[in-house]
Write a protein of this length. Structure first.
Length: 232
């Protein structure tokens, strides 16, 4: 009797295991391998360039409200990019300026950070002249592809755009790092730069995971689009 009970229990458990295996297999048959995909987050494009190479001088207009710079050549739109202007307490002043200096490799003489002996940043918002703890180093902030606008240290240069559409700098106008060399090559000393609170007339565009444009398009009259994207 005891042996019979053990055998019955064995076959009961074996039967349940088979049913479970069948259920798992049937469930898998409903979802073929590779049929379930992870949604792809749309990337926000930080800049676009569609210069027609025609006649005319380049001009720059920077919208403080949209944090977007628009570029024109002879009145024709040729490109745009997100920028990061002065945050609260360091606001970038509206006005009409001209580029007065161009330097490829420049560092700030006012702002930087403090790092330890291993290169770890311990104070990300330091000023030149701040006391530096023993064993640590003050590092001036890089401002690559510097284009000066004022005598008091405001200009355009490459930098981080931490949150597109929002100010983030100490007063300068940051342009995306991978885009600023193109702008630097197209402008010259004397190029007009207008900084305004008015909305921008250019950008932004968005792309989904398949690289298809899902909103926006180049302005009318623009040359062949050469759009450069960067995820943020």
């Amino acid at each position: 009797m005891e042996r019979s009970a053990i055998n019955t229990d064995f076959w009961h458990r074996s039967g349940m295991a088979c049913l479970l295996a069948f259920a798992v297999a049937a469930s898998g048959a409903c979802y073929p391998a590779g049929s379930v995909s992870t949604p792809v987050r749309a990337n926000r494009v930080l800049h676009g360039w569609y210069d027609d190479g025609g006649p005319g001088k380049v001009t720059v207009t920077i919208s403080l409200s949209d944090q977007i710079a628009g570029f024109e050549r002879g009145g024709r739109p040729i490109g745009w990019c997100y920028v990061a202007t002065g945050r609260e307490g360091y606001g970038t002043r509206p006005g009409d300026y001209r580029i007065t200096e161009k330097i490829v490799d420049k560092y700030s003489n006012r702002y930087g950070w403090i790092e330890d002996e291993f290169g770890n940043v311990v104070e990300p918002d330091a000023r030149a002249g701040d006391p530096v703890p023993e064993g640590m180093t003050y590092v001036p902030a890089p401002m690559p592809y510097w284009m000066r606008l004022t005598s008091y240290g405001i200009g355009m240069h490459g930098g981080v755009i931490p949150q597109p559409g929002e100010p983030a700098s100490h007063g300068c106008i940051r342009l995306p790092k991978d885009f600023v060399p193109m702008v630097f090559n197209e402008v010259e000393v004397g190029t007009p730069v207008k900084i305004t609170r008015d909305p921008s007339q250019q950008g932004p565009w968005y792309y989904d995971g398949s690289r298809a444009m899902v909103a926006g398009s180049p302005p009318r009259g623009a040359g062949p689009a050469a759009v450069h994207s960067a995820a943020w």
